[in-house]
Design a protein around this ligand. Structure first.
Ligand SMILES: [Zn+2]
Length: 319
């Protein structure tokens, strides 16, 4: 159910502005004007910002409009989303309740996205293209939360970082930003104890680029092997009450840890370099049939994981 027309939206934002003022000193000082509402086929969007950030808010507004059709593959927003434009990085970190995340430029929740003013991303400010990419990434997060849960239980679904970041990075076409599969393979060989997927949270700050890269490639592998219809089913099963692990198993057809082992083998054995690997001795599972472009790899053995060894700087500014 979508709620809120123009009137409801206006009151929502006024309420939001008051709430932010009490919670965060750098919150927008005034509610947005009604004209800042954007009502699109995929959802309703509101914009909260101080008057001096109007130009930045307009960049964000254009980016939201561009993102909307690209988000349609995952569904539509059930609730309005408010984009809060913060004047600087410190204000964003306070709103996100995170500190020391210098790379962060935005933070997405169920029905609100915090955005650092694009004019402060670099000395000369961000380009519209950069803002477009960031907003598509962030709105993918919010849409995934809304598709999978209610506003009261979205933080309790146990959606892992690799899945949410991988989905957002995939949707926003950010593969060019992250370490390659070959980088990831080297990492797994050189750092057998680290696990940038199942234990992504523990590496998020120290090995940010590798965590995002592993997430992007794992989600791409999931899309290629199982298809987006099953991924959408994962959301609807979660919305019916299941947590992520149960929904994944029901919709995709295998347990999450089995999928992650498959992906790990694919990377570790460099299955992405077609033709280098022999097929497995056993029959493929049903879900592997018809996907010859992803080599079937031998059964996994407990083991190697890696710690990040990428030369890529964490250029992404999202979470
Ligand atoms: Zn993200």
């Amino acid at each position: 159910m979508r709620v809120g027309g123009n009137g409801t939206g206006r009151w929502s934002v006024a309420f939001l502005a008051l709430a932010l003022l009490s919670a965060c000193a750098s919150a927008p000082q005034k509610p947005v004007v009604p004209e800042a509402t954007l009502d699109l086929p995929g959802g309703e969007f509101l914009f909260a910002h101080a008057p001096e950030d109007t130009r930045a808010a307009n960049m964000v507004r254009r980016a939201v409009a561009k993102a909307s059709p690209q988000l349609a593959r995952w569904g539509t927003f059930q609730e309005p989303v408010t984009l809060v434009i913060h004047p600087d990085h410190a204000a964003l970190e306070r709103a996100a309740n995170r500190s020391g995340y210098d790379f962060l430029r935005a933070w997405a929740r169920y029905e609100q996205v915090e955005v650092q003013s694009p004019q402060t991303w670099t000395r000369s400010g961000a380009s519209q293209k950069q803002v477009d990419e960031l907003l598509l990434h962030e709105l993918t997060h919010s849409l995934m939360y809304q598709s999978s849960a209610t506003v009261s239980d979205w933080t309790r679904k146990g959606i892992p970082l690799w899945f949410s970041e991988g989905m957002a990075s995939f949707t926003a076409g950010q593969g060019y930003r992250v370490p390659s599969l070959e980088d990831l393979a080297r990492f797994l060989h050189q750092h057998p104890q680290a696990d940038p997927l199942a234990r992504a949270e523990s590496l998020y700050e120290s090995e940010n680029a590798t965590v995002y890269g592993a997430a992007h490639h794992a989600f791409t592998f999931l899309m290629t092997r199982y298809g987006e219809e099953r991924i959408r089913s994962t959301f609807s099963v979660m919305r019916q009450g299941r947590d992520f692990n149960a929904a994944f198993q029901e919709a995709i057809g295998i347990p999450v840890d089995a999928f992650l082992r498959d992906f790990r083998r694919y990377v570790y054995l460099r299955g992405f370099k077609g033709g280098r690997l022999n097929p497995p001795p056993s029959r493929p599972r049903d879900e592997d049939k018809g996907l010859p472009w992803i080599p079937l790899l031998p059964p996994s053995t407990p083991g190697p994981s890696g710690s990040p060894d990428t030369t890529l700087e964490p250029t992404s500014a999202t979470r």
